[in-house]
Design a protein around this ligand. Sequence first.
Ligand code: NOJ
Length: 562
Amino acid sequence: MNDNASTTALDADWWRQAAVYQIYPRSFADSNGDGMGDIAGVTSRIGYLSDLGIDAIWLSPFYPSALADGGYDVDDYRNVDPRLGTLEDFDAMVGAAHAANIKVIADVVPNHSSNRHEWFKAALAAAPGSPERARYHFFDGLGDGGELPPSDWPSHFGGPAWTRVTESAGENAGKPGQWYLHLFASEQPDLNWDNPEVREDFHTTLRFWADRGVDGFRVDVAHALVKDMRLPLRSKPSLEILVDDGTDALFDRDGVHEIYTGWRSVLNEYDPPRTAVAEAWVPFTHRRLRYAQPTGLGQAFNFDLLQAPFEPTAFRGIVARCLAEAEASGASTTWVFSNHDVVRHASRYSLPDGTDGAAQDAWLLSGGREPAGDPARGLRRARAATLFMLGLPGSAYLYQGEELGLFEAADLPRESLQDPTWFRTGNKVKGRDGCRVPLPWNASEENLGFGGSPWLPQPEWFADHAVSAQDGARDSTLEFYRSALAWRRTLQSAESLEWVSAPGDTLAHYRRPNGWAVLTNFGTAPAELPAGVDASKIVVASGAVAHLPAQVPGETTLWIAP
Ligand code: NOJ
């Protein structure tokens, strides 16, 4: 192998153990004062990201959009929302990121377009049975006059997954006509992936961004593209995956992998090949690893740790399973505790154990009051869990603001809420706005240094979490992340670990092949430092630790150098 070849090979593997920082562009940094974060705002903070020590940024959608679902309703897959900037701004941002050795991952949303996409407008203007309609899933309704939706499928955001249109062409012009499928909001019509034109167009989109220097893609709802739309449509009153053998009507059907084989050919046209990570909320079975195969997207999220109780047996079991799954797929595994769809983990961990799913929704609805949380404990456990995770083999996905120890903004004024879930459930489920509030950069500046008056209001307590309040402060969460991410580069080695047996039932202890060790005390009481652990080698701790400690404090993780 000559020098060039080895550089390429190394570069091609950059993603395997990368720390990837998710940017929700509208909430990151606002450069033009309109209250909405933008692409130039990202560029202006590349220095901050570089100091933080991440390897890549993943940008949630920045495409033209009416924001019916925070940008996951895409009007045009190959452009930048004018409120966020221009393609030139995008190029400048990629250039600045690359100059700082930071890779760029774009979000691609193939399951649905928006209802303002050219294709959907053409579909509405055309008659039933037309090629324009065949890019989506248009069906006649049930009942004598077609007045009932074609199936009982619900949408993910509440209400039915079907909306009826008023025809504008053909014999029924001006009358209620067909229905179209939208697994999410009605502004997000599902694309028909049986249509070769749809397939081809996404290849064009991938090349468009890869040509502009994008290093990888995050693939939204990757498991939903292929559906069984044969008549009569099957009943499926819940969007749970009811069978995990590939025969579910809507999710995880074998055909999706054929699509991703095609994508892989496109991604491999580039040097280094572009990466992709599937967002596929599928249960843990042998089927899940197919999303991560090198012949497909190459990597997949798993949300197992995110959903697990803070408890050593659960964490150990998940890690073992995910590493085995990664090995079987040929990918590296992924870890994530927070993203733009879930309650921030510092808040989740502040709630009484067992407050998950519907109980978290109820907590949000109560404005974060019921049940009462313990924020200090939440942050302590979040930092311990994060340090446990950052020591693991695989890619770590971090969500903007977690490095500031941000909690969920659970008490946003109702009139400010924007999540379609809030509207589609008749204000019964609050949704995800609380983790999307614009970042606090500077406690003494207007709008906490974000820019203009933010599109979601920043709670007063956000000031305490501002970058300016934490920068250089030894025990701050920001400095903790910086130090962990810096040491992580030394700690990462071959993609494996061995468990070290630990006394008691609250500790989890693992060692990486190069001798680095990670020790977490999941219990509340301090635990004796296990024999053989050299206290003088502790280089990062998730919480306050005595000098040369004899004990691991409760809910604390330590990194121990070889
Ligand atoms: C998953 C995205 O993460 C979420 O934010 C979005 O609402 C749905 N997919 C629909 O695109």
